[in-house]
Design a protein around this ligand. Structure first.
Ligand code: SAM
Length: 225
């Protein structure tokens, strides 16, 4: 191995504990790749959504659904065809289906699962009125977060609610330059609000929701214009 390759491997291995994408999923498995605490964070999302009004008849979108940590609770709960899951990692979705979701729910509830890294929400057959992005914006730089909000504003029910989680910092944080599934991005409350406001959303900062890693939750609704 030449020096450059050695340095690159060292950098890749040491900058983040887990490699990005397919390699990382293979290295650590689908549960660890999305952050572990499988049961706790899955149930936390499910209970939070129910307590905030999610009904079986809602059209729900799980933005960055990963390996269905929340999906295994939501798919059985929602009416047929009402769970829309999108993630950039095909392997996570496939392992979620084969190892986590009882096959019967796939047949009975017929969730729509989409592989996309560019928030192609228009590829779903339905327009959601309820959504969550749990620990997605904790791994993305501002341009991608804004892109997500912009795309969502064109494919979301006018009266819908969208919840997103963040790591909150008091001062502007020196975030990594590029998106990485194991890079930690933190934002101030002002930045978190401006992701919504600048893309046509109203914002309610909820804050603590008992996340074991202290991610905070925010509610976004489309502005009435
Ligand atoms: C920490 S995991 C959380 C997964 C899921 N929300 C959960 O609670 O288990 C972050 C997820 O974001 C996905 N992701 C990152 N960037 C994405 C993008 N641009 N489009 C879709 N998914 C993305 C990753 O593949 C990963 O599944």
């Amino acid at each position: 191995m030449n020096l450059l390759k050695k340095l690159f491997t060292y950098y890749k291995k040491n900058k983040y504990p887990i490699s990005h994408g397919k390699t990382g999923i293979k290295e650590v498995g689908h549960r660890t790749y999305v952050g572990g605490l499988w049961d706790e964070i899955g149930k936390l999302q499910f209970e939070f959504l129910i307590n905030n009004g999610l009904k079986p008849s809602d059209i729900f979108m799980d933005i960055a659904c990963g390996s269905l940590r929340a999906g295994i609770h939501l798919i059985p709960y929602l009416n047929e065809g009402n769970y829309l899951g999108i993630d950039k990692e095909e392997d996570l979705i496939n392992l979620g289906i084969s190892k986590e979701l009882d096959n019967k729910w796939l047949n009975i509830k017929k969730p729509e699962l989409l592989i996309s890294n560019s928030f192609e929400f228009n590829k779903f057959s339905k327009v959601p009125n309820f959504a969550i992005a749990q620990s997605l914006f904790t791994h993305l730089p501002p341009d991608l977060i804004n892109f997500c909000f912009k795309k969502l504003s064109f494919h979301f029910d006018k009266k819908g609610v969208f919840f997103a989680t963040y790591f909150v910092s008091e001062k502007k944080h020196d975030n990594p330059k590029k998106a990485h599934d194991h890079g930690i991005f933190k934002y101030t409350i002002e930045e978190i609000k401006s992701f919504g406001y600048s893309n046509g959303w109203d914002v309610e900062f909820i804050g603590d929701w008992n996340h074991p890693r202290n991610q905070q939750i925010v509610k976004y609704t489309l502005k009435n214009i």
